[in-house]
Design a protein around this ligand. Sequence first.
Ligand code: UD1
Length: 372
Amino acid sequence: MKKNIRLITIVGARPQFVKAAVVTSAIKAHNQQKHVRRLEEVLVHTGQHYDLDMSQVFFNQLDIPAPHYHLGVGSGPHGEQTAKMMVGIEGVLLKGPPDLVIVYGDTNSTLAGALTAAKLNIPIAHVEAGLRSFNRGMPEELNRIITDRLSVLLFCPTATSVSNLKNEGIHQGAHQVGDVMLDAFLAYKKAALQSSPVLSAHDLKDRSYFLATVHRQENTDDPARLTAIFSAFSKLASADCPFIVPLHPRTRKSLLKTEFRLKLNQHIKLIPPQNYLDMIALISQAKTILTDSGGVQREAYFARVPCVTVRDETEWTETVESGWNILAGTQTEGIIRAVKSLDSVKLPAPPPYFGDGQASRRIVELLSSQVK
Ligand code: UD1
């Protein structure tokens, strides 16, 4: 029997907790089988997200083991935040270099994990590899390009993400495994619909509310864009179809700065960041979703709820091609037009672009067979 495989997983931001939860659970299931190479996982939390409702609630609800290391880095300018993470991660990796480091998605925690591991010659696996917006003005795009370039195992959610890597000359190590977010959605949807009190708590009726989220730096930190987006929400919200808007802390701060709150339509309800089950319940029963989040665009698709994306480009082009997502930009009139256009269409069944909900199992199989 070959020796166990030692993995160090690096997470730090809200969506990474969801993605790591399903892979960690697949590792547990793998280790329970007989005659397999066991995977030993050490979890490192950079502390990029630190508020209770941005971090700990996900660990509690998704049954993620407490991190072995919590680096407590917190917020800061990109260079400072990434550098502090690298110092902390290097300390952990030097204590006992693993066989492989796993990073998720496209945040500064992803980049810090990949760059630190690469400099110590530790192989890297990137979950959610190959996504591109082709907008290098986004911090996430830079994080993705560098992380993919440094990784030896690239777990791609879609066919498009595999071909993006090929176009950049990355032909080896890429595997189309499906989307781990779909695994999580399928695993928790039933529990969310049965147990989440969120709809009744906010007096929302099925298919009679808009759900909106805005958190991207390019939207929150540009007062003109943020104003245009929330003006569209204000013009669309009504007593019959109110808006429910879980606010990322960054968006809350920007809205307070622009003194927007006072001018918002009374049928827009701003609420704190939601835990995973409440968010899945809100997504599943909405009439239409408006968002700039990559995760929420896909969750809308999984739930078969039409989505309007308030950005100029998306990495999740399949959702747009299928008709379930409209890329509306950030101008007020364009957003309103996109939402209204959905009233009259009957959308076809969404093709299974994101796999079958078995991405995490495939990732674990590949880890156990490919890591030396
Ligand atoms: C990060 C990711 C983004 C991802 C998002 C998920 C980067 C570059 N961006 O963006 O890709 O979609 O996470 O949510 O890594 N803040 C708090 N409490 C917290 C965390 C953040 O108040 O627990 C506030 C701080 O003011 C902070 C700001 O939010 O400065 C931004 O946080 P940061 O972690 O830098 O980036 P996100 O916008 O969350």
